[in-house]
Design a protein around this ligand. Structure first.
Ligand SMILES: NC(=O)c1ccc[n+]([C@@H]2O[C@H](COP(=O)([O-])OP(=O)(O)OC[C@H]3O[C@@H](n4cnc5c(N)ncnc54)[C@H](OP(=O)(O)O)[C@@H]3O)[C@@H](O)[C@H]2O)c1
Length: 288
């Protein structure tokens, strides 16, 4: 009855393993990682560390051998590459005899979403369903953690910039999404073929976010609504890959249309408490 987490050396995966260690004996937890050296701490804890890469079907199939439930944490690449990688992970799971796939998807996955990565998640969800394996989809909203990237600039200039207008977005801390995943992985049979919309308890505007940063730091900070082309120019200037720039720009275009403002109580139903608010997340991140 072993559970395996892919991407366990990433930020979300690290937190999922931490929360799962609170819920399952270490002997029931395995991870697959691309670089074993990054997982030495997990191996020292007694976690079964396996070598896996979504670009390698044979390696992935070996990594999944003897595993009952796998959490596929979505990878990071352009759409065509990532769709192929996720399909490889699903094929490997099926070939290895895995019974249940849990997948970190996105809120409202759509082929035509302005947030271009959304199409990847729709493809992966459909491919998992077609595999015939049991599944659980964790449709994660956007990480509140992402909001911290603009804080140093805001502290320097007083302007917290984003091309967000009045968009409301249901940001939720990555740590809460990890705990929700661990709850599912600890008792997967309770979540067979379920889909969960994991959002914050409130959709917040960037004006509110700027006010939370101001309150936490005691600085005079206000929201600056960036023109879309200025935002894209900034993202390009810091060297982000084109597919990521396109996805981030599209996220705000979609958000302004209301794509990411719908609050769900699925998190509370799963975990038994409300997610940490964006205000509390920012206060704790900036005052500790
Ligand atoms: N909801 C949101 O707001 C949001 C924001 C950003 C990203 N995401 C998605 O959520 C995922 C997890 O987020 P995160 O913050 O934990 O990202 P992260 O820290 O970049 O971790 C991504 C993990 O995916 C692994 N990975 C990448 N390519 C892989 C491949 N070809 N085969 C196997 N593993 C591969 C990485 O392995 P290594 O450790 O070996 O590099 C890493 O462990 C991201 O990859 C992305 O798809 C969601």
């Amino acid at each position: 009855m072993t559970t395996l987490i892919t991407g366990a050396t990433g930020q979300l995966g690290t937190l999922v393993v931490k929360h799962l260690l609170d819920r399952l004996p270490v002997s029931e937890i395995a991870v697959s990682v691309r670089t074993s050296a990054k997982a030495e701490n997990l191996a020292a804890l007694g976690v079964d560390v396996r070598h896996g890469d979504f670009d390698d079907l044979a390696l992935m199939t070996t990594a999944f051998k003897g595993i009952e439930t796998v959490l596929i944490i979505s990878a990071e690449a352009d759409n065509a590459t990532r769709i192929a990688q996720h399909r490889t992970a699903v094929d490997a799971a099926k070939a290895a005899g895995v019974k249940h796939l849990v997948y970190t998807s996105i809120i409202d996955p759509r082929a035509d979403a302005d947030f271009t990565y959304s199409a990847i998640h729709l493809d992966t969800e459909n491919y998992i369903k077609e595999s015939g394996l049991n599944y659980t989809f964790l449709r994660n909203s956007f990480y509140a953690d992402l909001l911290l990237a603009g804080v140093p600039h805001a502290l320097e200039t007083g302007a917290y910039g984003a091309p967000a207008g009045d968009a409301k977005i249901t940001y939720i801390p990555r740590n809460d999404l990890a705990e929700a995943a661990a709850v599912v992985l600890a008792n997967p049979k309770n979540h067979i073929n379920a889909t969960y919309d994991l959002t914050g308890a409130k959709a917040v505007t960037h004006t509110e976010i700027a006010s939370y940063i101001a309150k936490a730091t005691g600085k005079d900070i206000t929201f600056a609504d960036l023109p879309a082309d200025v935002h894209v120019g900034i993202l390009n200037s810091i060297g982000l890959p084109g597919h990521l720039v396109e996805a981030l720009a599209g996220l705000y275009v979609g958000a302004k249309k209301g794509d990411y403002e719908t609050v769900s109580d699925d998190f509370e139903t799963l975990v038994g408490r409300k997610p940490q608010s964006v205000e509390d997340f920012i206060r704790i991140a900036l005052t500790n």
